[in-house]
Ligand binder design. Structure first.
Ligand SMILES: Nc1ncnc2c1ncn2[C@@H]1O[C@H](COP(=O)(O)OP(=O)(O)OP(=O)(O)O)[C@@H](O)[C@H]1O
Ligand SMILES: [Mg+2]
Length: 301
């Protein structure tokens, strides 16, 4: 581990999440009263960037919002978390992505996402030279062109890259997975990528698709399955036992924590354990944990 903070770059999705807590998510047609409401930063890479900051890393976020109110509020919220946002592009006339997140009393969530409008897919403005000296990059599949450009530039510089391989179009996953060093799938993302439901076989296919150092799949409270070159079969990493109150964003926090740990020079196995602790605390509290909280859980506290 290094003494000074390492730098991570997160690039991809940023969304204004409108979160409603309800007792039960009823089948449609329904009218339900929420017990609590709040609006805040959502989106895989944006959420992961906040996790990196809270866990003690230096972090920049690159992505796109509109020049509307949601875009302005997201920029302010990211800056308030200590995320460097000079690479957060505000596109004239575009609409910022929005989500409705409905969380039930068991902490399970349903999400409706509007992916925005007029968000140009151009990548020529990305400050790729800022990858020099970075410890790791983390991207997601929602802006394919941006992710492909960042992964290519990271590979050219020898900067470690991580993909949050969430549920997406199959083509997008087939294009992006071979470009990355560490592909960490959500369970539906792996099924779509591999076209089969057997996760062990899916991970083997992912690893064989390019010069990957890791293929893994997160499975909520059932833990993480991972495979690295030279291993004959995937290994299970059990989840930390917690009582979940809100599982929204556990995967995003897991990915941010993993990227930071890799940037710090932790081994794959250590980084996965660190990420798993961060994800479990996020599911327990519905809040992104600090470094001290993660270290406490890792040392048995
Ligand atoms: N209920 C839980 N108990 C313990 N750990 C959890 C729980 N939920 C999530 N985690 C941890 O976080 C990791 C990522 O969670 P999960 O697999 O649910 O992500 P996801 O499907 O990408 O969801 P999202 O992107 O909405 O956060 C899990 O592999 C696990 O380590
Ligand atoms: Mg996820």
């Amino acid at each position: 581990m290094t003494a000074r903070p390492v730098r991570v770059i997160c690039c991809g999705q940023i969304v204004m999440d409108h979160s409603f807590n309800v007792d039960e998510i009823e089948a449609a047609p329904s009218k339900v009263t929420a017990r609590r409401y709040h609006a805040g930063v959502g989106g895989m890479s944006a959420h992961a960037a906040i996790a990196v900051a809270r866990l003690g890393g230096e972090v920049s976020f690159w992505g796109r919002v509109g020049d509307d109110q949601a875009g302005e509020e997201l920029a302010a919220a990211m800056a308030a978390e200590g995320v460097e946002i000079s690479g957060l592009k505000r596109l004239a006339g575009a609409q910022t992505p929005l989500s409705a997140v409905i969380v039930d009393k068991r902490g399970e969530r349903s999400i409706v996402t509007y992916r925005g409008n007029g968000l140009s897919t151009e990548t020529d403005w990305l400050p790729l030279e800022a990858l020099d000296g970075a410890g790791a990059v983390l991207c997601d599949p929602r802006w394919t062109q941006g992710t492909a450009a960042v992964f290519a530039a990271a590979r050219a510089r020898g900067v470690a890259s991580v993909l949050d391989a969430e549920k997406s179009e199959m083509r997008v996953l087939l294009d992006l997975v071979p470009l990355v060093d560490h592909a960490i799938f959500a369970a539906p993302g792996l099924r779509i990528f591999a076209g089969i439901s057997n996760p062990a076989e899916g991970l083997k296919r992912a690893l064989a698709s390019g010069p990957l150092k890791l293929a893994a799949v997160t499975r909520g409270e059932d833990g993480t399955l991972w495979l690295a070159p030279g291993m004959s079969r995937p290994v299970e990493l059990p989840a930390f036992k917690v009582v979940a109150t809100n599982t929204t964003g556990a995967g995003d926090v897991f990915h941010g924590a993993y990227a930071l740990a890799i940037a710090e020079g932790q081994s794959t196995a250590q980084a996965l354990r660190f990420a798993s602790a961060a994800g479990a605390l996020r599911a327990r509290d519905g809040e992104t944990p600090t470094r001290a909280m993660v270290d406490g859980l890792l040392s048995g506290g």
